[in-house]
Ligand binder design. Structure first.
Ligand SMILES: NC(=O)c1ccc[n+]([C@@H]2O[C@H](COP(=O)([O-])OP(=O)(O)OC[C@H]3O[C@@H](n4cnc5c(N)ncnc54)[C@H](O)[C@@H]3O)[C@@H](O)[C@H]2O)c1
Length: 396
């Protein structure tokens, strides 16, 4: 739809040119996003300056995000620094008049995400979050079915998402990874945000959460590499999400049960058992031994997900032409609300935490962990990716 004839261009600066930021910068620099132009780069590391000079000749480089924002050489910024800095930089950018695309998660604290959302609303700028797995049509179809009421009132869901396998070397590659002070959590804050977002996107927000977080179960890290969340929804429905970076082979299987049938998303396919009438009505209206009639169908997307490029294109089109955002920045708080609540629950010994919860209590308990956090030596290993790693897309 947005062909080469498009004349308008959006100038964007990438803040944080590590694994993710360099992949984004390469995509934009090589013209993979129609209408998007790489205008500047920023990183605090000397080594990244040298890398950027070689990889992106002619593109201005800034050693601090403050100096980049002050230089006004772009209309938008893409923020790909460690998560704990996201909301602070995004707020400053929005207040300076930039459109903002922030990497997931929007921050590590709901309190910071709330301030970011207020700032974004006041700014009138386009604000989006890189929830690239929303571009997978299988999840969009499941959302349509559930939110459109075709599955009836929800009863239960269960997501096993244990194929986020990571090695010790991955965790050792940067000083900030897998520490409370540097990253603010483990699998729930780094890998699972995609699933937590899709979970709420499809099934809605839970009313309360119980979290079990196993710290350093499979790796030498101070945060969780396995987590189980039990969710309860307003209508009494229940949900479970199990995430791990220490299982191989892992599983990606989402099952949703409702009054009108069941959905299973697995192996890149949606399986749908449809009931021609309400199960509840049947349960109370039939003789012993009967079972409701079901119709079975399978569905698989005709096209692969557009992933990061899809979100970059959508963000560009939103700024240039007012296209509706697929992943509005304000939505980023939802998955963070679930992961923060799960941490709070685990820290308090597995109690049920209401959603929304007391952010002051969360911030205080996180701060205690940050104070006792051990920073690791920085191996400074950054690949300088020229492409998006397959592990960042939906895997089955
Ligand atoms: N959407 C996805 O699929 C996906 C995949 C990977 C990473 N990410 C996200 O991208 C972000 C970065 O992750 P990464 O793996 O690229 O980390 P990384 O450590 O490889 O890169 C982060 C970069 O930010 C720079 N940086 C740190 N503080 C800075 C500051 N104050 N100003 C400017 N630059 C600064 C670092 O020097 C580094 O080069 C994280 O929030 C992560 O969750 C998203």
């Amino acid at each position: 739809m947005w062909g080469d004839c498009m004349s308008e261009r959006l100038k964007i600066a990438v803040i944080g040119v590590g694994n993710m930021g360099s992949a984004h910068a390469h995509s934009i620099f090589s013209g993979k996003v129609n209408g998007l132009q790489l205008a500047a780069l920023c990183d605090i590391r000397e080594a990244r300056k040298d890398y950027c000079a070689a990889a992106f000749p002619g593109i201005p480089f800034f050693e601090s995000w403050e100096s980049l924002l002050a230089a006004s050489c772009a209309e938008a910024v893409l923020i790909a620094v460690p998560h704990r800095l996201h909301a602070m930089i995004a707020c400053a950018a929005l207040e300076s008049g930039y459109h903002v695309l922030v990497e997931k998660p929007v921050d590590i604290r709901v309190s910071a995400a709330l301030k970011l959302n207020e700032t974004a609303q006041r700014s009138g700028r386009v604000f989006a979050v890189m929830l690239n797995q929303r571009t997978n049509a299988l999840y969009a179809r499941a959302r349509e079915i559930v939110q459109g009421g075709e599955l009836g009132e929800l009863k239960r869901n269960s997501w096993i998402i244990t194929n986020w396998y990571r090695t010790q070397s991955y965790y050792d590659s940067s000083d900030w990874r897998a520490t409370w002070s540097g990253e603010g959590g483990g699998v729930l804050i780094n890998q699972a945000p995609h699933n937590l977002d899709l979970w709420q996107w499809i099934c809605g927000m839970p009313q309360s959460v119980v979290g079990f977080c196993d710290v350093g179960k499979y790796h030498r890290i101070e945060v969780e590499d396995e987590a189980t969340i039990f969710a309860r929804y307003a209508n009494g429905a229940t949900g479970t999400l199990i995430a791990s970076t220490g299982e191989y082979p892992g599983t990606n299987r989402l099952e949703i049960s409702g009054d009108r049938g069941k959905l299973v998303l697995e192996n890149g396919q949606l399986k749908w058992w449809k009931l021609n009438r309400s199960e509840k009505e049947y349960r109370f209206g039939q003789s012993p031994g009967g079972e409701p009639e079901t119709e079975y169908c399978e569905w698989a997307p005709a096209h692969p997900e557009t992933a990061h490029l899809g979100i970059l294109q959508n963000f560009t089109n939103a700024v240039l032409y007012g296209e509706e955002l697929l992943s509005p920045g304000e939505d980023g708080i939802r998955e963070l609300m679930i992961s923060n609540a799960a941490y709070l629950s685990a820290w308090k010994g597995g109690v049920a935490v209401p959603v929304p919860f007391d952010t002051e209590e969360f911030d205080r308990m996180l701060e205690e962990r940050i104070q006792h956090s051990k920073r690791k030596p920085d191996r400074g290993e950054q690949a300088g990716n020229t492409a998006y790693l397959s592990r960042w897309s939906v895997r089955w």
